[in-house]
Design a binder for this molecule. Structure first.
Ligand code: ZN
Ligand code: ZN
Length: 241
């Protein structure tokens, strides 16, 4: 595993010196690593399903109507399309911290706005865990970093060690919805120290595609007594895949 202290130092240095637009180098808007023009060009997620945020007309999507998920609602500011797909991939696979920080800042700003509108604040943030094998390969958990970056502006604690992923599952991208659900059925577990009874929890992840990961983890948390589970992610795929 890579040195965690060195990683934290790199993240810190990136975040305090990032004063220009992360995408075009023009002066950034205050408190955001993005200029006004680039901000307007981003693929903002269109209004959608009241539960899973899938962009579509009406109140509930087909999936949420037929199979109500164990989470209450998904909050995602961006659609997973260009350039957000490239930002997320370069953050996750090439360790480009400012791009991840930008996604975290956009998600934090979206959530602050939603809380002002009346969205119930959770008791704490729970990053979607990686398996030990994936963590060793990647050196960091992108969801853990996002939760850490959300924790300050949202004034919410993060518990990065409560949810565990003891089994290394096949990469989700190559599977259809049914196969993803089966792949994830036993993927997650809770740490012995986790105390979720009666709590309102918010799962944090970088991208939501089918929602199979969120469903599996939220189901485990609700079974363990969590009162409510929401999902916060920077981007969501605009169509069910
Ligand atoms: Zn720009
Ligand atoms: Zn839905």
């Amino acid at each position: 595993m890579r040195c965690q202290l060195a990683e934290k130092l790199r993240v810190y240095i990136c975040s305090i010196f990032n004063q220009s637009c992360t995408l075009c180098n023009e002066p950034a808007l205050p408190g955001l690593g993005l200029c006004e023009a680039c901000e307007q060009e981003l693929p903002w997620l269109a209004p959608g399903c009241a539960v899973c945020a899938l962009p579509m007309p009406g109140v509930l999507c087909h999936d949420c109507l037929l199979h109500p998920p164990p989470f209450t609602r998904v909050e995602a500011p961006l659609a997973y399309g260009f350039p957000v797909d490239a930002l997320a991939s370069r953050f996750k696979h090439r360790r480009q911290w400012p791009l991840g920080r930008l996604l975290g800042d956009l998600l934090a700003r979206h959530l602050c706005h939603r809380f002002d509108e009346g969205l119930a604040r959770p008791d704490l943030l729970l990053p979607v865990p990686l398996s030990r094998k994936r963590l060793r390969q990647r050196g960091f958990n992108q969801a853990g970093l996002l939760a850490q970056w959300l924790s300050g502006p949202l004034r919410l604690p993060s518990q990065p060690h409560w949810a565990l992923r003891p089994q290394h599952t096949q990469a989700q991208q190559s599977l259809d919805f049914a196969a993803r659900q089966a792949n994830l059925q036993t993927a997650f577990a809770l740490a012995p120290a986790a105390r979720v009874e009666g709590l309102h929890l918010a799962l944090v992840d970088d991208v939501m595609t089918t929602g199979a990961t969120a469903r599996a983890l939220a189901y485990l948390l609700r079974e363990a007594g969590a009162a409510r589970v929401d999902v916060y992610c920077a981007a969501r795929t605009p169509r069910a895949t």
